[in-house]
Design a protein around this ligand. Structure first.
Ligand SMILES: NC(=O)c1ccc[n+]([C@@H]2O[C@H](COP(=O)([O-])OP(=O)(O)OC[C@H]3O[C@@H](n4cnc5c(N)ncnc54)[C@H](O)[C@@H]3O)[C@@H](O)[C@H]2O)c1
Length: 416
């Protein structure tokens, strides 16, 4: 089947490469000419384990190509995916649908023959209706079905998640569209991945409800961790003790500096806004977002308390900058408010991250970036582990201690 993937970011590139790997003929389109030029040279614009090899293999096999214009790819495609960004709208926190609507208009103009337009971007309830309205207003003659197919992959394990999903959610009530979607995902049907076919609005809401629930789980264990510190209990054991209950499950129960990343922060707030708009306020999610918001900066006070004095003139070494390991994504990373707060308190900050430093430099220019964890620790009064990269799990702490100041302090925000 011919597929056009509009938006070649973390989701579009992984999804496009995986669909090509299933045997489909995929064109990944992006407006960002630098990104497309890099991909055409065989360079990955993002860090995602295994992605370079998967892309290269499918390009070699002639199933995956890249383009900056969508007209030809859309005209040829039986399925067109919208995988553009839906960031928080400046000022009010609603999902900014500018890119989705723009993509819908451009796709509409290029449609030819029966086409399924699939929204893979995370979008608020009712966006599919609006995408359909836009397409029909631009092209009243178009033979089109608009489907919701939210994506649940996690950065850092994106290919595995795409190919072995816990479920595939398809929001469609069009029989022809459902048949096209079944064809697209056939290899996963054969792997017996559960498919949930439902209404379009329901599919849109499932994605937000899932993210809000996971964010709630993280926030719950973070508050339990605070209580553990006060009462002398071990949050790792509490998490295991409750997570072994199948009704609860052990995932997303790792206490830390607050959730970040390109999804949870914006998606929780967007869901809160939807709830308010429809007079069905989601008070639990409102509380989760508020707790998480103040937690990241509070981590700087934790560092100051551990050092035992004010931080003015002190040096703090930060290990790990990305919002989680195995990605270069710095969007809403807890390291950003943490480091900003450390600077506000007068500390000098040195940092090391295995792949995130190029992105971090743009956001945190005042940090001294180091070549490795030991160099980072040099002359530091405190060392803070912010992201749990594997390589930080077996550091030589005697060596770290030797290069730090006389009374070194270690703050492990990830309990590694
Ligand atoms: N990143 C994740 O882990 C993840 C997981 C699940 C769902 N999502 C959702 O998927 C969507 C995409 O997220 P992402 O992280 O891949 O975003 P991203 O910012 O990495 O990529 C989006 C891409 O779309 C391109 N784009 C925007 N408008 C375009 C247009 N009209 N034509 C062609 N290209 C266009 C941008 O240039 C950019 O490269 C969001 O809605 C997000 O919430 C993300």
């Amino acid at each position: 089947m011919h597929v056009a993937m509009i938006g070649t970011g973390y989701v579009g590139l992984v999804s496009g490469a995986c669909f090509a790997d299933f045997g489909h003929q995929v064109t990944c389109v992006d407006k960002d000419v630098v990104k497309i030029a890099a991909l055409q040279r065989g360079e990955m614009p993002i860090y995602e384990p295994g992605l370079g090899d998967l892309v290269a293999a499918n390009v070699r096999a002639g199933r995956l190509v890249f383009a900056t214009g969508l007209v030809g790819p859309v005209a040829n495609a039986e399925a067109v995916f919208i995988a553009v960004g839906t960031p928080s709208r400046r000022g009010d926190g609603h999902a900014d649908l500018t890119y989705v609507h723009e993509a819908a208009r451009e796709i509409a103009a290029a449609l030819s023959g029966f086409t399924v337009v699939v929204t893979k971007s995370t979008v608020p309830v009712g966006t599919g209706d609006e995408v359909e309205r836009i397409i029909r207003s631009v092209r009243p003659d178009a033979d089109v079905a608009v489907v919701s197919n939210p994506e649940f992959l996690r950065e850092g394990a994106a290919i595995q998640d795409f190919k072995h999903p816990d479920r595939i959610v398809i929001g469609s009530n069009d029989v022809r569209a459902s048949a096209v979607m079944a064809d697209l995902y056939r290899p996963l049907y054969l792997n017996a991945a559960p498919i949930l076919t439902t209404g379009r609005r329901t599919a849109e809401l499932i994605k937000y409800a899932a993210n809000a629930f996971l964010a709630t789980k993280i926030t719950f264990i973070n508050e339990i961790a605070d209580l553990c510190e006060r009462v002398g209990a071990d949050v790792q054991h509490v998490a295991r003790g409750i997570g072994l209950d199948n009704h609860i499950g052990g995932k997303f129960l790792h206490a830390g500096p607050g959730y970040g990343g390109s999804c949870f922060p914006k998606d929780t707030v967007a869901l809160i806004k939807t709830g308010q708009d429809y007079e069905a306020p989601l008070r639990i999610v409102e509380t989760v977002a508020a707790i998480n918001d103040i937690r990241k900066r509070a981590m700087a006070r934790k560092v100051a308390a551990a050092v035992g004095s004010n931080l003015r003139g002190k040096t703090v070494a930060v290990l790990g900058l990305t919002f989680k390991p195995n990605t270069d994504d710095m969007r809403e990373a807890p390291a950003i408010p943490l480091i900003t707060a450390l600077h506000d308190m007068g500390a000098k900050v040195r940092a090391y991250d295995p792949v995130g430093m190029d992105q971090a430099r743009k956001l945190l220019p005042e940090v001294t970036y180091c070549e490795g964890p030991y160099e980072c620790a040099e002359g530091a009064d405190a060392l803070v582990i912010v992201t749990e990269w594997e390589q930080f799990r077996a550091l030589d702490f005697d060596r770290i201690k030797q290069v730090m100041t006389a009374r070194p302090v270690l703050v492990d925000l990830r309990n590694i």
